[in-house]
Design a protein around this ligand. Structure first.
Ligand SMILES: NC(=O)C1=CN([C@@H]2O[C@H](COP(=O)(O)OP(=O)(O)OC[C@H]3O[C@@H](n4cnc5c(N)ncnc54)[C@H](OP(=O)(O)O)[C@@H]3O)[C@@H](O)[C@H]2O)C=CC1
Ligand SMILES: O=C(O)[C@@H]1CCC=N1
Length: 274
């Protein structure tokens, strides 16, 4: 891809996407990342070999794609500071911020722009990301392809045709890695309680998570069928699954994901965007 991509913000999410892009053959010389502090940018430059800049507008001056990767609370100020250069240059805007509607971003940037809202996740860093994307009406087919190409370099891409569904994507995959990290913590702790060394329990739990996800991806069977294949009648797994079910794991997950999506909507309200 020959496009020049500027990331506004060089934190966790931007670094995850940048690292994944470079590992997948994207040229570091075509990538710029910005942050208010030189001290913060120096290790980013060192790690990825990309251009860095503390001046957001200067970094956008040459960009074909601008990825907005600051915290939602910073977004209005950042967009308003970019308004002039964005209106002159008219790059494709990709926002990774949770909750913030495309219309608000477009308005803060001066209006009439191609905006893709993207909800990625941090496993992008290892090329195993999952991202939901939504395009506003100004996004051309070519720009859709460009956004797909960029995010597919770091993992799975799913387009949604209703913007509100991005809150559901946030609940499933945007925040999702944290649920699995919590599960890994809990399995390690339980393994330690049962007598395993912590490192052994951690390695076994991680490999089991990886194996289960790979198997679910590669198999024709549903997760429910794969689960049944592990559960010998009257055996050990059945006992564990009965415990998880009766303790309400499904209800808890449903409530947690609903709370997550509700928080995305609430953040948009707090920031005065709807
Ligand atoms: N973390 C995640 O798993 C996911 C995050 N997101 C979204 O990604 C966005 C960023 O989150 P995350 O990466 O976790 O946050 P971080 O705090 O790690 O990164 C934000 C970055 O923006 C920089 N920044 C702050 N102000 C400005 C500014 N005026 N101009 C340029 N850069 C600025 C910060 O610099 P400094 O630290 O010096 O202030 C920091 O480097 C959020 O909108 C979030 O909703 C989406 C999906 C998943
Ligand atoms: O927790 C958050 O708000 C961000 C958005 C999705 C993952 N992290």
């Amino acid at each position: 891809m020959a496009s020049r991509v500027t990331f506004i913000g060089a934190g966790n999410m931007a670094s995850a996407i940048i690292g994944g892009m470079i590992d997948n053959g994207f040229s570091p010389s075509a990538i710029t990342a910005t942050s208010p502090s030189d001290a913060f940018l120096a290790p980013v430059h060192e790690r990825f070999g990309i251009h860095t800049n503390t001046d957001n507008a200067a970094a956008v001056g040459q960009a074909d794609v601008v990825v907005l990767a600051v915290k939602p609370q910073m977004m209005r100020d950042v967009c308003e500071g970019l308004r002039d250069v964005v209106q002159r240059r008219r790059p494709l805007i990709i926002s990774v911020a949770a909750g913030l509607p495309a219309e608000a971003l477009e308005h803060w940037l001066g209006g009439d722009l191609a905006v893709v809202r993207c909800m990625p996740n941090t496993p992008s860093l290892v090329g195993a990301g999952a991202a939901g994307l939504f395009a506003n009406a100004n996004v051309s087919d070519e720009q859709r392809r460009l956004a797909t190409e960029l995010l597919e370099a770091v993992g799975l891409v799913e387009w949604v045709e209703e913007e509100s569904l991005l809150d559901a994507v946030t609940a499933v995959s945007g925040s999702g890695p944290a649920y699995f990290f919590l599960m890994l913590e809990a399995m390690e702790d339980a393994g330690v309680s049962l007598g395993l060394p912590a490192e052994t329990a951690r390695r076994l739990a991680m490999q089991t998570a990886l194996g289960a996800a790979k198997m679910a991806q590669q198999s024709d069977k549903t997760p429910a069928e794969l689960k049944r294949n592990v559960m010998s009648p009257g055996g050990t797994t059945e006992r564990a699954i009965e415990h998880l079910e009766s303790a309400g794991l499904r209800r808890i997950m449903g409530e947690a994901l609903e709370a997550c999506a509700a928080r995305a909507r609430e953040m948009a309200d707090e920031l005065g965007t709807r």
